[in-house]
Write a protein of this length. Structure first.
Length: 146
């Protein structure tokens, strides 16, 4: 079944494609449509997490992913920066928070923050069938080398 939106909810991009912009009366299951994720996005988000107490990091990570998604949708619908979250990248969302100076990669806390960001990224990019509860986790001890 095709989703039919009123004309006010359609925006045409430069290629002539119709992109739905969901308004308050239109609801759909949220899908994460990220801007391209670069290594800098991951490290900046990890730096923002390091500036927070350990007990807040997981929730803040999810909140910043949601903020980046909201900003990306705003960019697609209105073709302008989101007033708070910027251009829809994880880097822009993370830079709204206090950041620690970039630590060296042998810092265990920084590695934990990087892993937190990467796990959240993988969960959000996974198809619906692989969402939590069905995701197969491969442990390092089960890896084999050719």
């Amino acid at each position: 079944m095709e989703l039919v939106l009123p004309p006010a909810f359609l925006w045409h991009d430069r290629f002539g494609d119709k992109i739905p912009c969901l308004g308050p009366q239109v609801t759909a299951e949220p899908l994460w449509r990220p801007s391209p994720v670069l290594p800098q996005d991951v490290t900046t988000l990890a730096r923002a997490l390091l500036a927070q107490p350990l007990c807040r990091r997981r929730d803040l990570c999810r909140d910043l992913f949601d903020a980046a998604e909201q900003a990306a949708d705003h960019m697609r619908c209105r073709n302008q920066l989101h007033p708070r979250w910027g251009n829809g990248t994880l880097d822009a969302a993370a830079r709204t928070m206090p950041l620690v100076q970039e630590p060296l990669w042998h810092d265990p806390e920084f590695i934990d923050s990087l892993l937190l960001v990467l796990v959240e990224l993988k969960l959000r990019l996974a198809p619906a069938a692989e969402k939590p509860g069905t995701t197969k986790i491969v442990r390092a001890s089960s890896w084999t080398c050719p």
